[in-house]
Design a protein around this ligand. Structure first.
Ligand code: AMP
Length: 292
């Protein structure tokens, strides 16, 4: 047994900070093992850990990454204040079964003179793309780089970022990455709030009202189950519910789209996803739910 095999066997997680070392390690690992990748921006919660657990089942070796990717944040967004907890994250990842933590810095990922970006054209324009111009260009670029560095057989992402999942499926298809994408269900707090690193920004009163998005989505699902299929009617009901729970919420969008293609729907069906984004006080929250 090599030192690495012993490490994998006993659950020691190794942290790798350099791109070159990660590439070398990946090249060596992929000769004998399958690799599953779990990209994150850190400040981990149960949602992230559920992805690691899925990755554990999908491949021999799990590589989790933590990188707060500057190119996916717009001007005035929370890049500088994005929460970080390297020590806590490391312990959580180790306990969840990650074998490697890849944690490069921004200077390595985007050295001076960097100018190559990957863009998924139409899919990145609607919803999040409309409110966060350039966001998906940053996401598809960093994910492509991570795919090239780690060479995974599988990669796990969350349904919490529904549009991101659709965009990344397209990226994998269009650029011929031989990678299986696994989309894991959204993990929620007991009251229904979708887990998110950004929930840490919410004060106690705000935290209580942050369930407004979930409550709105539930309302859409209930009405759909009762036979309502008009997106316009559902949208009205979702808006009403959100504002009843949190009158201060500034709704950015309530949208009904096809689960696979992201096509907007005026008449919904069981494959329609309702997505919402709102500012709850100064915290931007997103959530989504499939109606069927
Ligand atoms: P982030 O660190 O926010 O970039 O998220 C990293 C990955 O975790 C992405 O694939 C997200 O979709 C996923 N994720 C975030 N929150 C959740 C959640 N509540 N449940 C499941 N997956 C999640």
């Amino acid at each position: 047994m090599t030192a690495d095999q012993i490490g994998l066997f006993f659950g020691n997680m190794k942290t790798i900070n350099s791109i070159r070392s990660m590439q070398r390690k990946a090249r060596e690992l992929c000769r004998r093992h399958t690799i599953a990748l779990v990209p994150t921006m850190g400040y981990l919660h149960e949602g992230h850990l559920s992805l690691v657990k899925k990755a554990r089942k999908a491949a021999d070796v799990v590589v989790a990454t933590i990188f707060v990717n500057p190119t996916q944040f717009g001007p005035g967004e929370d890049f500088q204040r994005y929460p970080r907890d390297e020590k806590g994250d490391r312990a959580l990842l180790r306990d969840a079964g990650a074998d490697y933590l890849f944690m490069p810095d921004a200077q390595q990922m985007y050295p001076d003179g960097y100018q190559t970006y990957v863009e998924t054209e139409q899919l990145s324009q609607a919803l999040e793309g409309a409110f966060r111009p350039g966001h998906f260009r940053g996401v598809t670029t960093v994910v492509s780089k991570l795919f090239n560095i780690v060479r995974p057989d599988a990669a796990v992402f969350g349904q919490k970022d529904f549009q991101q999942a659709v965009v990344l499926k397209r990226l994998v298809q269009d650029l011929d990455y031989p990678i299986k994408l696994i989309i894991a269900p959204t993990r929620r707090e007991k009251d229904g709030l979708a887990m998110s690193s950004r929930n840490a920004y919410l004060g106690p009163g705000q935290r209580r009202q942050a369930i407004c998005l979930y409550r709105g989505l539930r309302r859409a699902r209930t009405l759909f189950a009762e036979g309502v299929t008009s997106a316009a009617r559902l949208k009205k009901a979702v808006r009403k519910e959100i504002l009843e729970v949190c009158p201060e919420a500034e709704i950015q969008y309530i949208s009904f789209n096809d689960f696979h293609t992201l096509q907007p729907r005026t008449k919904v069906d069981k494959d329609t996803v309702c997505s919402v984004a709102a500012m709850v006080y100064d915290v931007r929250l997103i959530d989504n739910m499939r109606l069927g």
